[in-house]
Design a protein around this ligand. Structure first.
Ligand code: FAD
Length: 478
């Protein structure tokens, strides 16, 4: 997915004000080293926390005013959680007097002048720079597919997907044409990695349990959910046994899994996969990520998936004061294998680099070599169905699902969010309800659903819904 335009409009630098001023740091810190952290996600927040209370002036720049817990974004997209349940304001997390938070989007790095440039026209100087801008979805050269097949990467994406899914059922309810209704009730998820598996399972549960009794003219349980994967396995990066379990669990939920099937085309009417056209109005992309354009900012040759190859201490060649961490960096573990793009990796890298910079500033010696502590990987498929590979111990079913729930609640940021998500999940488990089934968002957004024409016969026979415009207007008002 191409980088979306800044989700929140950064505050423009006022003419006449110094763009490099660290107003929040105070006069006593004016001679201190300044550390600029770009990105307040999993990695960037850990760097800032390690530098809280240090002699450094720290500026955290993010294009959003919140940090996002991406592992639960698919639950926002499938109406199980609200956006606020999975995001926390960055200012609420970082309180140190030496820390300043800027809502702005970085667009480049001037290595010669040691400053970053932002979309709002600021130039912010650094003595140390940490870039932790994460990744974006990879459409493998077909960037025009991003509009047709959104991926759950930002809160805006998740809300747009939710809107598209829920509107499909609303449109199907009003549709008088069998073929069109069938297309509206077909959902295609691309990529059978953790994101695709979680999305497909959650859409199946939404259709087959939550919405089962909500409509009069359609039967939501007859919705077709297809999970399409170019490779030969579901959860290909997990041990074989767990992939096989996930495949079976998805099939039990009613998801049709198509393996060894390449997507050849995505257009307004659906997809062409493995030579077959599938008519649908809802395509969701979950087929791989690449790094944000950090290599281009630094003027260096990108590594695999556009990442930046870094030294073992995460600095870049010839610039010991510039670090790249998290999803944007390519680094190998002690076994020589590249570290995966996971939240745990990003958090540990952030803590390591934060401490390294602090030790350098305070002159308290060097930090030890970075070693990633791998506690395992997990993915959920649906109610009481998940897989977990914890240091070689493999779990499936209810045990894995409970472990998955515990770990995600534990790592969620903020007590309020933990409590809300826990209560939501308990309620959903008891009632099958999904509390956030709101159709919101902007019709004109890049992820706006493609509303098909409404069959006149149905419109005429419906007193309650007079036109497609009414539906749109209602959706906008919500
Ligand atoms: C749908 C989904 C599900 C996932 N599930 C899991 C899971 O279950 N377990 C797991 O371990 N990992 C999971 N991941 C991966 C995990 O979220 C990432 O590995 C992790 O977020 C990487 O952390 P990061 O700090 O490098 O980047 P991020 O957490 O993405 O943070 C990057 C930050 O940089 C900001 N930013 C980006 N560009 C700019 C710019 N130009 N200027 C200013 N700010 C900028 C962004 O707003 C963001 O706040 C999932 C990812 C996705 C998308």
């Amino acid at each position: 997915m191409a980088l979306s335009p800044s989700a929140q409009r950064p505050v423009r630098a006022k003419p006449g004000t110094s763009p490099t001023t660290h107003s929040g740091a105070g006069a006593t810190l004016s001679q201190s080293p300044c550390v600029v952290i770009v990105g307040g996600g999993f990695a960037g927040i850990e760097v800032a926390k390690a530098l809280q209370g240090s002699p450094a002036r720290v500026t955290v720049i993010d294009r959003n005013n919140y940090t996002l817990f991406q592992p639960l974004l698919y639950q926002v997209a499938t109406a199980a959680l609200s956006p606020a349940d999975v995001a926390v304001p960055i200012r609420g997390l970082l309180h140190g007097p030496n820390i300043e938070v800027l809502l702005d989007e970085v667009v480049g790095v001037d290595l010669g002048r040691s400053c970053v440039r932002t979309i709002a026209g600021r130039e912010i100087s650094f003595s140390s720079l940490v870039i932790a801008t994460g990744s974006q979805y990879n459409y493998f050269g077909y960037d025009e597919w991003a509009r047709l097949a959104p991926a759950p990467k930002t809160l805006e994406d998740a809300v747009a997907i939710r809107r598209r899914l829920l509107l499909a059922f609303e449109e199907a309810e009003m549709c008088g044409d069998d073929e069109e209704r069938r297309a509206l009730m077909t959902f295609v998820v691309i990529g059978a990695g953790p994101t695709g598996v979680e999305m497909a399972g959650a859409i199946a549960e939404l259709a087959k349990t939550t919405l089962a009794r909500d409509f009069h003219r359609i039967d939501p349980t007859s919705a077709r959910i297809l999970l399409i994967e170019a490779g030969s396995k579901v959860l290909g990066e997990f041990p074989e046994k767990l992939g096989t379990y996930a495949h079976r669990a998805l099939t039990r939920l009613g998801v049709q899994v198509l393996l060894n099937t390449k997507i050849e085309l995505i257009d307004e009417n659906g997809v062409v996969a493995g030579g077959q056209r599938i008519a649908t109005q809802a395509v969701i992309w979950g087929a791989g990520v690449k790094a944000t354009p950090v290599a281009a900012w630094l003027g260096i040759q990108p590594g695999p998936r556009d990442t930046v190859r870094v030294n073992p201490d995460f600095s870049i060649a010839a610039h010991p004061n510039i670090f790249v961490i998290g999803d944007a960096a390519a680094v190998s573990g002690i076994d020589g294998k590249p570290l995966p793009g996971l939240a745990a990796v990003a958090k540990q890298e952030g803590g390591y680099v934060g401490n390294l910079i602090r030790h350098r500033i305070e002159g308290t010696g060097t930090t030890t070599v970075f070693r990633y502590r791998d506690y395992g990987t997990m993915a959920t498929i649906g109610r009481s169905a998940a897989v977990a590979d914890l240091r070689g111990f493999k779990f499936t079913g209810t045990v894995a699902w409970l472990l998955w729930g515990f770990v995600h609640i534990y790592f969620l940021i903020g007590f309020h969010n933990r409590l809300v998500v826990f209560v939501n999940w308990c309620w959903a488990w008891l009632t099958y309800a999904r509390s956030s089934r709101l159709i919101t968002g902007d019709e004109g957004s890049r992820s706006a659903p493609r509303l098909p024409p409404v069959a006149p016969s149905v419109v005429e026979s419906s007193k309650s819904i007079s036109s497609r415009e009414t539906l749109r207007a209602n959706a906008k008002r919500n």
